[in-house]
Every structure is written in C-alpha cells, then in structure tokens.
Design a protein around this ligand. Structure first.
Ligand SMILES: Nc1ncnc2c1ncn2[C@@H]1O[C@H](COP(=O)(O)OP(=O)(O)OP(=O)(O)O)[C@@H](O)[C@H]1O
Length: 663
C-alpha cells in the first residue's frame, strides 16, 4: 500500500484516490481562524490576551461565579506568597553571610526563614484551592458552551442545516466547548505565571536592573521553540483533519452492525483493513516528520538558552567582581532568575495554548452569530383558525450549492409550481424519483421557504405566519422518520415532546397503527429500549418501526398530516389497513398530504397532483387522470399494472416512479 510519502505528490495515497476519489486535502473553509492564528506575531498575541481572558471569564461567570472567585483569589494569593518567599530567602541569605558566630547568624535569619516557610505554606494552600475551584469550574464551562452551541443550532432554518458552509462551521465550532474548558485551565495558568513572573522580575529589578533583560533573553529561545512547534502541530492538524476522519470512518465501519453482513459475505473486511493500514501509514509518516522537526527546533533552542544562561551568569560574576553586588544578593539573584525564567516559559507556553484553543472558541462565537442570522423567526401573524386551503403560487425552490466546491451546482427542485391542498381532504403527490414531492411537503410544513413564489395559507403568505403555530398544525411521517434510541413508549410520545406522555392517547395511537401488537412481542413491552448495544436494548423490523412512526404522527395529532411513503416497509395487509385509516382521518376533518409510488393507493384521494422534474404536470381525481389519453399519470399507472400482470406479481417497494406494482 503506497503512502503519501511514498508517492511524494499532492495527489494523495492510493487509498485516498480509490476510496474517496482524490486527496483528502485540508478544506480552508473548515476553520477560518487558522490563518489569523498562524500569522499572529508574539506581540499581536500579547495584545489580544486581555480579550481572550475576558471571553473566558465571561463564560466562567455564567457557569459558576463562586468557583471563579475562588480560582481568581487563590491565584492572586499564590503569586503574592511567591514574591514574599523570594524576598524572605534574600533576607535569609543576607543574614547567613554576615560576620559572627553561626548561632548568631542563624538566629538573625530565623524570622526570614519563618516568613519563607509561611509564604510557601500559604502558596500551597492557595494552589490547592485553585485546583479544586478549577475542577468545579471546567465541566460547568464546557456545559454552558455546549448548551450555547446546541441552543443556537436547534433554532436555525433547515436550509442552514443543509448548507455545506454552515455545516463546516458547525463541525469546527463543536470543538469550542471543550476548548472553553481547557481555556479555563490555560487562563489560570497564564494568570498564575504572570503573577509569578512579576514577583520574580520585581525582586530582580530591585537587586540589579541589568538582570531583568538577561532573564528575558534566557527565555526567548525556549518560547520561540514552543511557539513554533505548536504552530507546526496545529497546521498539520488542520491539513490532515479530513484524512484522520476518513481513517476513523474506515475503522468504525468495520465494527458497526449495519454493514456487518456485507463485510462478511462480500469479503469487504480484509479490503478495508488493507486501506485502513494505508491511510494510517500516511498519517504516521506525517507524525514522524513533525517529531523530527520538533526535535531539531528544541535542540537549537537548548543551545541558544545555554548561551543566554552563560551570559547571565557571566554578568552576575562581573557584578560580583566589580563589587557592585554582594554574594548574598547574587545568591538570591540566581534563585530569582531561575524562578523568573520558569514563569516566563510557562507564560509563553500557556498563552500559546490559549490561542490555539481560542481559535475554536472563535468559531463557536461565529457560529452563534451566524445562527442568530439564520434562525427561524419568532412571532408573526396567527395561523387562521378555520383554514380552508393551502395554495402554492408559482413556487420555485432551489437547494443551496456548496460555495467551496467548484463542481457543485444549484439544484432547482421545483419550478413555477402552483397547486392547492384543500383542508380536510386527502391530497396525493405522485411522480418519479426526484420529481420534487418531498420538497413540496417540506415547503408546506414550513421547513423551507420558497426561493420564488409564495405558499399561501388562506391567502396569507406562510413567511408572515407565526412559525411555531404553523409547526403545531403539522404532523409528519416521512420515509426516513427518526428511529429514536429510546423506549418504545418514548418513540411514540416524542410526537408531543412538549407534554408529559398521556397514557390513554398513547394507547389509542398505537392501536391505530397496529404498533400495540409490536409492543406485545417486546420483552419489556412499552418500556423496551429500542437501541441495540445497550443492556436491555432490542431491535425491531423496518415494518414494525414504520407502525411506530405512524403512531407517533397520530399521537402528535396535527391538523395536517404529511405522510411520505408511509407503507414502503409494510406487508400487504398492513398497507391496506394504513390506507384505510388515512382515509378515515380525512373523514374526521384532518388534512392528509400523501406521497406514494403505489398508484393504486391513491385511488381514494380527493385530489392527485402529478409532478415531473420539479414541475406540476397534472392535477385531478383518480378517474379524471386515468381518463386523460396521453396523460402522465395514466402512463405510469398502466406501466405498473402491466408489470404486475406480466411480472408474476412480486411487488417491488419504493423503487421508482414506474416500478411499483399495483393491486
Ligand atoms: N437536501 C437536499 N439538498 C440538495 N438537493 C436535494 C435535497 N433534497 C432533494 N434534493 C434534490 O431535489 C430534487 C427533488 O427531490 P425530492 O426529494 O423532493 O424528490 P422526490 O420526488 O420526493 O423523490 P423520491 O421519490 O426519490 O423520494 C432531487 O433532484 C434531489 O436530488
């Protein structure tokens, strides 16, 4: 298996080309903060520091004010204790170097020694308070940031969720919450290191002003090295992120239950393993390159630090020899230099870490701004109480294209469609795959807004209506309705998630769709968990799921029921039952928008709309449409009937406009 390094080109490894159609190169839109971060100078970083700390503090205040106070005060006390300890050590050394008997000198040094010990003890206690405060704060900050992320995401329009650029921002911003957690740690470390550095620098400046620039000089090479290495790591992470995801995808696929039969019967296992190794070897080569590079940089930094340290000690010797400085003061200077150098290195490292995380936090902030712009509007005109019809007026709709993908084109799903859906009737939408049926139903449900034309609810533009009220009128059973990994009961009750489950209404809905018979066969009845992989989890068949989906919509009880291929996984008897029930719903005043490929099933619909390639071709009752000589519906119906009559009658499910067999 060839790796990226073997091929030495940007064309990607053999696995990338074969499985993913090309190199999994870094997508620039994925993390827009990358460039800003990479181009930032040390000075620019320092200038942005207050803003970063302020952002983190704001989040921390929302999460737990008390814990934040604990951390802040503890770090301050710790820094002051450090400064006091240094000054005390200086006094100890000064006392010890005086002339006189050892006992006398020790006696003189005792107060300073006690002060140093006390300061160290206070520092240690403050440190432990800070650690415990951080421990309380970090998970809460992560939760607050995650909630911020999720609250914004659930409020955006469907069009945003399906927009590729917005999705990439979603992807990148999801790291914001864990970054916020780590930022608490880094911020504390920055504040701590800053206080320690100020303490050491203050002591050194008092001892002799020349020592401070020498201290800075000593830490420059190590700071440069850590900055450079972390940037190299980050650049590599962004460049290889798609590749790493793809590698994980391969390994995860091998352990999933869905593809398990094909992996075994078609012998896909060894093939996937081979490519997993190929992909892994490529990223291992990158890791090796990074490690070699980091080692070289560190070696160079160590040599430069050595030179700077030698210069510092030479300066100290010079100060001693010229009598500018006492021996005791020189001792303190050595200690303060070491402590200061340590603090400064930590400071640079943690600021660097802070910036790395702040990039992701920035993405989270941007996601929140973008989500607010693309949120479903709140409020609007009330939905008419006694609605009589919903009308599509010259509706055109295009799914957005992916701006970052040159090959992507705008997909026009509906063109100039005008149709009516009378309330209290069964209206069927038919047409070949991709003709626009589901798109019509989603526009009607208020999930999308037309790119041209209007959807009118008794003459009022749906765009002006209160969307929450509009959604409250709708119940949906789509072909790919969600299979919640919850209990059987919750899978129906979630149709009305805003209320506690109502036992009687649940039983009625389950009976309506035949889901009650499914529950009878489950080991824990209504309380059976419908998710494999959990203790007590249970899997059911596609048809059984479909009954649950229909029960959910029934339980929701919206006045307009949209059913998109409701029976594709049901057996013939169940299918007949469902259609009869759908008919009854309309008799009870509920509007049904039915999407199906089974043309015989629309016999009892009050109105049928026939779509072709996004355009409305025909409308009428079953009889009217069959009566049209060269009609599209009639042609499709004849085709299905002929297939049934001549093909031995094996019905095909949901295979395309003309393929299903009718009764
Ligand atoms: N989320 C989407 N993003 C981009 N294009 C889409 C999306 N959903 C549907 N389309 C495209 O819009 C067109 C209409 O799709 P739609 O799902 O409305 O057809 P349909 O008649 O319901 O098809 P089917 O019978 O296969 O369910 C198709 O060409 C499809 O590829």
């Amino acid at each position: 298996m060839s790796t990226r390094e073997d091929t030495g080109s940007d064309a990607g490894s053999e696995s990338e080309r074969l499985l993913f159609g090309g190199p999994l190169v870094h997508d620039a839109g994925w993390a827009q903060h990358e460039r800003r971060y990479l181009e930032m100078s040390l000075w620019a970083m320092a200038k942005r520091l207050p803003h970063l700390v302020a952002t983190t503090v704001r989040l921390a205040r929302r999460a737990d004010r008390r814990a934040l106070r604990t951390v802040g005060v503890s770090e301050l006390v710790r820094g002051v204790a450090q400064a006091v300890a240094l000054v005390a050590v200086n006094s100890v050394l000064a006392a010890v170097m005086l002339t006189g008997s050892v006992q006398h000198r020790l006696w003189l040094a005792t107060p300073a020694m006690v002060a140093a010990a006390l300061a160290s003890a206070v520092g240690a206690v403050a440190q432990s308070f800070s650690t415990s405060g951080q421990g309380r704060l970090e998970p809460k900050v992560e939760r607050v940031a995650t909630e911020m992320y999720l609250e914004h995401v659930v409020r955006v329009e469907m069009a945003a969720i399906e927009d590729a650029a917005f999705h990439r921002l979603l992807d990148s911003a999801q790291y914001g919450a864990s970054s916020a957690r780590r930022m608490i740690h880094y911020c504390t470390a920055v504040v701590g290191a800053l206080i320690s550095f100020v303490a050491a620098a203050g002591v050194l400046t008092v001892l002799h002003p020349v020592l401070l620039p020498l201290l800075v000089l000593m830490t420059v090479p190590r700071s440069w090295a850590s900055l450079r290495n972390s940037r190299a790591r980050y650049t590599s992470f962004l460049r290889w992120v798609q590749h790493s995801r793809a590698g994980r995808l391969l390994s995860q696929t091998l352990t999933k239950t869905g593809p398990a039969p094909e992996i075994r019967v078609h012998g896909v296992g060894p093939f996937m393993l081979r490519h997993f190794r190929g992909m892994s070897e490529s990223s291992e080569a990158e890791q090796t390159r990074l490690a070699r590079d980091a080692a070289r940089v560190r070696l160079l930094a160590a040599a430069l630090t050595g030179l700077a340290t030698a210069a510092t000690y030479l300066a100290l010797i010079g100060l001693l020899l010229t009598g500018v400085m006492d021996l005791s003061v020189a001792g303190t200077a050595v200690l303060a230099t070491r402590a200061g150098a340590q603090s400064l290195s930590t400071l640079v490292l943690q600021v660097n870490n802070l910036y790395e995380e702040a990039g992701f936090m920035g993405d989270l902030e941007r996601l929140c701004e973008e989500s607010a712009k693309r949120a479903i509007p709140v409020g609007g005109l009330p939905v008419p109480e006694d609605l009589s019809e919903i009308r599509f007026e010259n509706v055109t709709f295009s799914y957005p294209r992916d701006e970052a993908d040159e090959a992507s084109v705008e997909k026009v799903a509906l063109r100039d469609v005008s149709l009516t859906v009378p309330v209290g009737r069964v209206v069927a939408l038919v047409g070949e795959n991709g003709s626009g049926k589901s798109t019509v139903s989603k526009l009607l449900a208020g999930l999308y807004r037309p790119t041209g034309g209007r959807v009118l609810w008794d003459g009022v533009d749906a765009a002006e209506l209160d969307r929450a009220q509009l959604f409250a009128r709708i119940a949906m059973v789509s072909q790919d309705f969600h299979r919640w990994p919850f209990t059987f009961r919750m899978n129906i009750a979630i149709g009305r998630a805003d209320r506690p489950p109502a036992r009687e209404r649940l039983a009625e809905a389950a009976e309506h769709s035949g889901a009650d018979r499914v529950a009878e066969e489950l080991p824990r009845g209504w309380d059976t968990l419908l998710a494999r992989g959990y203790v007590g989890g249970h899997e059911i068949s596609g048809g059984q799921w479909q009954r649950i989906g229909i029960a959910r919509a029934r339980y929701r009880g919206g006045r307009i029921l949209i059913v998109d291929e409701p029976t594709s996984a049901l057996d013939a008897r169940a299918e007949l039952e469902v259609f009869e029930q759908i008919r009854k719903l309309a008799d009870g005043g509920q509007t049904v928008l039915l999407i199906t490929h089974r043309l015989a099933s629309v016999r009892h619909a009050d109105l049928i709309h026939v779509l072709e390639r996004g355009r409305l071709r025909e409308s009428g009752t079953f009889e009217e449409l069959l009566g049209k000589r060269d009609g599209l519906f009639r042609g499709m119906y004849e085709l299905q009937r002929a297939q049934y009559a001549g093909g031995g009658g094996v019905p095909r499910q949901r295979s395309g406009g003309g393929a299903d067999v009718t009764r």
